[in-house]
Each structure stands twice: as C-alpha cells, then as structure tokens.
Design a protein around this ligand. Structure first.
Ligand SMILES: Nc1ncnc2c1ncn2[C@@H]1O[C@H](COP(=O)(O)OP(=O)(O)OP(=O)(O)O)[C@@H](O)[C@H]1O
Ligand SMILES: [Mg+2]
Length: 225
C-alpha cells in the first residue's frame, strides 16, 4: 500500500475543539490514480498536508510503509523531500527565476550551482512537458499560466517521487490548457509508475482516474454519530 490511514484525527491549533479530519480507515495501493473530491471546507487540503507531513495528526498515517505519526517534523521534511512531489493550486514558482533554476532549487541545488547531471534531467523533463527551449531561460513571470503549471509538475517530479500529490492543479487553467495538463500528467505518471492523488472540484477530470473518492464518505469529522 502507498497510503494507509487508521483512526487519523486532526484539529487546527486555533480550534482544538473542532475536528477537521476524523478518518477511521482508508488506503491507496501503488497502481491507483486517485481523484479526491468534496465540498469546499470538507478537509481535502488538510488531508493532503497530513499525507505530505506538513501537519501532524493523531492515529496512524503510513506512507510507503513508514509511519509519519512516529516522525519528528524534521524527519517528515526529509521524508517528503525524498518521496513526495507536490503540485499546488498556486504553483509558487519563484517569479524572477527561470524554469531550470526553479526546478533546480527543488532538487536541493542553488540556482548558481552547475551540475550537468541535474541540468540534463531537468531538460529531459521540460522537454517531456512540452516546454520549448526558448522558454527554459525566461523568468517564470514571463510565461503563461499553462506553461508555469507544467513547470510546476517538472519541479514536483525532479526528485523522482513515488507519490505525486496535486491540490486543485487545474483551477487556474482554461479548458484547452487543462486538457493538455491532464494528458501530460497522466502520461508522466504512467511512464514513471507514480501513485497519483489529485484533489479537484472539477468532476470532468474524474474520467482520467481509476479510483474516485468522496472525502465525505471516509471523513467523519463534523458528523454526529
Ligand atoms: N490554517 C488553518 N487554521 C484553522 N482552520 C483552518 C486552517 N486551514 C483550514 N482550516 C479549516 O479547516 C477546514 C478544512 O479546510 P481545508 O482547507 O482542508 O478544506 P478544503 O476541502 O481543501 O476546501 P477547498 O475546496 O475550499 O479548498 C475548514 O473548515 C477550514 O476553515
Ligand atoms: Mg483546499
């Protein structure tokens, strides 16, 4: 199993009395492409934060057989960097850095570090994502939203994660760019045998997935038994 959850509970520190997550049991196996949906505020982003170790829950949360519940925040940071790629809704590229340097930064090298191996890998990824060579050296702010979002996938994949987590990655894209983005994402996920967990409101994306999950069905927070 890529992800196994048992009795995971979480409340934000500002509202300790209000459970946001209360998931008795849930798992995802390696070969699954999971589409997670649910109404605004139901805890989707919170669950993704827990799975990537940004917040610590109670209960047992295992990713690749390792228990995030038993790790310190430093250990969770190292675990995330090694094993998990993350694509955000706002892709958070550094606007004055070009594509190559944005991705290089995620691989742990500074923009001024010259390393031929990593630069070759970045260029292969950018090529796979249909970012043309003319665009490699443009600052991110000069690129289109669709191009920036594809660079954000490259950045999430540079460390060869086995799990890719994406939170509403298509919400700033128009329909044409959304379709291009999804086709590329799916081909990369298949090619590199990555487990994909994607959150979206856009049910039209669900057709790309073999595991469709409503968070309301697995998360009992806010429900009275
Ligand atoms: N940093 C925070 N501090 C306190 N409460 C928070 C925080 N972030 C989220 N919440 C609350 O936790 C609940 C779940 O929020 P979350 O962001 O996980 O929802 P979501 O399902 O991702 O919603 P959306 O579809 O709008 O992105 C909401 O009630 C929200 O108000
Ligand atoms: Mg959210």
């Amino acid at each position: 199993m890529t992800i196994t959850i048992q009795d995971v509970k979480y409340s934000y520190p500002s509202h300790p009395e209000r459970l946001v997550l209360d998931i008795p049991s849930w798992s995802i196996s390696e070969e699954k492409k999971t589409f997670l949906y649910g109404p605004s505020g139901c805890g989707k982003s919170t669950l993704l934060s827990a799975l990537s170790g940004l917040i610590k829950t109670t209960g047992n949360l295992m990713v690749f057989g390792q228990s995030l519940s038993d790790m310190s925040s430093e250990q969770r940071d190292i675990f995330r960097a090694k094993n998990i790629g993350f694509v955000f809704q706002q892709f958070n590229l550094i606007s004055y850095l070009n594509a190559i340097d944005n991705i290089k930064l995620a691989s742990g090298f500074g923009p001024n570090h010259r390393n031929e191996t990593i630069e070759r890998e970045i260029k292969i990824l950018l090529d796979e994502l249909n970012i043309s060579e003319d665009e490699w050296s443009e600052p991110a702010r000069n690129l289109s939203i669709g191009q920036q979002q594809r660079i954000a996938i490259a950045r999430a994949l540079i460390n060869k994660p086995q799990l890719l987590i994406a939170d509403e990655p298509t919400s700033s894209l128009d329909q044409v760019n959304r379709d291009i983005f999804m086709a590329l994402l799916m081909s990369l996920v298949d090619q590199h045998k990555i487990t994909l967990l994607l959150v979206s409101h856009d049910m039209s994306l669900a057709a790309h997935f073999n595991n469709i999950v409503s968070l309301d069905k697995i998360n009992f927070a806010g429900k009275h038994s």
